[in-house]
Ligand binder design. Structure first.
Ligand code: NAP
Ligand code: MG
Length: 403
């Protein structure tokens, strides 16, 4: 069969260690044989980030902005150990953080559901998608230690030095701690736009959680911005798609999430999203089945990746020449979701079908019993598993039977 023609390019961001080994295998086995596509490549391996003083990360983000679609391999976020391992000039920030800031997007984490892979929370039969508002709150807070008696106040002063508000927080009679943090309407609004657009695109109900009964100004602002935007811009579209939007108290929402079987989008404030995305990932079982999508507020720009890291432990085996059994499914879904977005923008039906088939063959393979060790361990002691190359071979065979 002739290759499917893709008119516009996508940005292909290469990364580090085992994740990058898998990245090449995906292109060799599942992309290049079937698509005539231009990949605009950026090498974000830690060595190249060091070589370019991290300029490459900024260039990659700008390219995604322009081309509207990008797919990213996992990369090392250096800590002190990595700085000495690679003899780095400095401890570069997380590329994901840099790209997110430039695209001003929201990250959506979504598990892949496969019927024969058991989940820790057994009734989570549909995916629960977590959207995290990754700006402000405790991540941009200032804290203090208090060691003498005194008064803590919160003061807001305008640029022309007028004191607009001054609130006494607490009279300290003994040592303690204090904290102050902030958020801005524009960022909350962008977050709300991303969430509403994502819910409509995927036709899933949307829930925003806050603690507005306690934070009657701070969290109430989140609720108000979402409510207003919903009524003004999205209510009709939601009704048309038979989906709902609701605000819920965070404590009520965690109870519902536990009770329900999934199938919704959960808009979380920054800290809640940090905590809940790990809780949900564990509940669904495997890091190898968790995807991550970064979407701009207007929904036009999309960057996708697997939620897991570079799988260092497997890479150490790989460079010794040993076989690994590394699960590529989340990385393949990063490709399929990016291709799907490209297909939507370009109105390319063949590419759209290809992107859907790519996901189907992964799920079918696992359901037929072809899977990597991480998944086999979840199924049980009798489940056989394939090594990385064998699994790719099985996937390619499935794809070749269709194309
Ligand atoms: P990790 O790469 O996600 O791996 C943690 C463990 O989870 C692995 O050792 C492996 O367990 C299992 N695992 C993860 N993905 C798997 C897969 N696809 N198939 C099979 N097993 C898988 O996290 P990490 O070891 O904490 O971090 C390694 C590096 O990744 C760090 O340098 C970190 O900075 C980076 N990182 C990058 C991103 C990103 O780019 N988005 C995200 C997270 C971490 P077993 O060893 O038990 O098989
Ligand atoms: Mg976390």
């Amino acid at each position: 069969m002739p290759k499917i023609k893709v008119k516009n390019p996508i940005v292909d961001i290469c990364g580090d260690e085992m994740a990058n080994v898998i990245w090449d295998k995906i292109k060799t086995n599942l992309i290049n044989p079937f698509l005539e596509i231009k990949l605009v490549k950026f090498d974000l391996s830690i060595k190249n980030r060091d070589l370019t003083n991290d300029k490459i990360t900024h260039e990659a983000a700008q390219a995604i902005k322009k081309i509207q679609t990008g797919v990213k391999c996992a990369t090392i976020t250096p800590d002190d150990k990595r700085v000495s391992e690679f003899n780095l000039k400095k401890k570069y920030p997380s590329p994901n953080g840099t790209i997110r800031n430039i695209l001003n997007g929201t990250i959506f984490r979504e598990p892949i559901i496969i019927s024969n892979i058991p989940r820790f929370v057994t009734h989570w039969n549909e995916s629960m998608i977590i959207a995290r508002h990754a700006f402000g709150d405790i991540y941009r807070s200032k804290e203090i230690s208090v060691n003498t008696k005194g008064t803590l106040t919160l003061r807001f002063e305008s640029h022309d030095k007028k004191i607009i508000t001054e609130e006494k927080i607490f009279d300290f009679e003994s040592p303690g701690v204090g904290l102050s943090y902030f958020n801005v309407d524009k960022s909350i609004k962008d977050f709300a736009f991303s969430c509403f657009n994502f819910a409509i695109e995927r036709k899933v109900p949307l829930f925003l959680s806050t603690k507005n009964t306690i934070l009657q100004k701070y969290d109430e602002r989140f609720k108000k911005i979402f409510d207003e935007l919903y009524r003004k811009n999205f209510e009709k579209e939601f009704l048309k798609n038979k989906i709902i939007y609701q605000h819920r108290l965070i404590d009520d929402m965690v109870a519902c999430a536990m009770k329900w079987s999934g199938g919704f989008l959960w808009a979380c404030k920054n800290y809640d999203g940090d905590v809940m995305s790990d809780l949900v990932a564990q509940g669904y079982g495997s890091l190898g089945l968790m995807t991550s999508v970064l979407k701009s507020p207007d929904g036009r720009i999309l960057e996708t990746e697997a939620a897991h890291g570079t799988v260092t432990s497997h890479y150490k085996q790989h460079i010794k020449g040993l076989n690994t059994s590394t699960n590529p499914i989340a990385s393949i879904f990063a490709w399929s979701r990016a291709l799907n977005h490209r297909a939507t923008i370009d109105k390319n039906d063949k590419l759209k079908k290809f992107s859907e088939d790519l996901e189907k063959i992964c799920i079918n393979s696992v359901e037929k019993g072809n899977m990597t060790k991480d998944l086999a361990l979840m199924v049980g002691p009798d489940q056989k598993w394939l090594n990385t190359n064998e699994f790719f071979k099985a996937l390619r065979k499935e794809m070749e039977s269709l194309y």
